[in-house]
Design a protein around this ligand. Structure first.
Ligand SMILES: [Zn+2]
Length: 209
């Protein structure tokens, strides 16, 4: 069990797939400060993520799949939590640790199965870590989101998912986007490009597998 107190000293870095996000903010806490880069309708605060706890084994499995895929040791950790606002998932750091925290409401694992949209979202958050967005390397927030979307599409393709499965989460995104998150059509395009880059050539040409 990871309590909220454990995260007082953490940096909550980037919320995923969150249309209508607001601008970055820094929040001072009792012993340090953490930076929040994006949110959905409200800028997330540590109070908006509650009951952090061990992730479901299915989510842990997805994180391991992605680490194996890109050839890194399993440096990403995943936690479940209750989100007060619809941030879906966030990438966060605490010291040397890199986390993906997901909203338990949005991730339903039935019969030990993992949905493609869950894979896409978790991969999107890992994309933020890989690109360095959780360590301040995010000169343009829209581009940062598109890069993470592209990575999500690539992961789905490499794990054998179809393009429509990579795009399964798109209807939940804001059509117009917001200050930090691009409009849906751009995110679809970034995800599609990632999927095309990752899919085998026969798949790209439309042949069934
Ligand atoms: Zn994101």
């Amino acid at each position: 069990m990871v309590t909220r107190r454990h995260f007082i000293s953490s940096m909550l870095a980037c919320a995923c797939c969150v249309p209508n996000a607001q601008t970055a903010s820094s929040v001072a806490t009792d012993d340090t400060s953490f930076q929040i880069l994006c949110g959905m309708r409200h800028t997330p605060t540590v109070d908006s993520i509650e009951n952090m706890r061990a992730a479901r084994p299915e989510a842990i499995r997805v994180i391991k799949w992605v680490a194996n895929l890109i050839g890194v040791r399993p440096v990403f950790e995943v936690l479940a939590a209750d989100f007060k606002r619809r941030n879906i998932a966030v990438a966060a750091t605490r010291g040397d640790h890199r986390y993906v925290i997901y909203d338990a409401k949005w991730f339903v694992f039935e019969d030990n199965r993992v949905s493609w949209y869950s894979i896409y979202i978790l991969a999107h958050e890992i994309g933020h870590h890989i690109y360095g967005h959780t360590h301040g390397f995010k000169p343009d927030q829209h581009q940062g989101e598109l890069d993470a979307d592209r990575f999500g599409g690539w992961v789905v393709a490499r794990l054998g998912g179809r393009l429509d499965q990579a795009l399964a989460f798109m209807p939940y995104l804001s059509e117009k986007g917001g200050k930090t998150h691009p409009p849906r059509n751009k995110r679809i395009e970034a995800t599609r490009k990632g999927w095309l880059a990752g899919a085998p050539s026969d798949y790209r040409l439309g042949f069934p597998r």
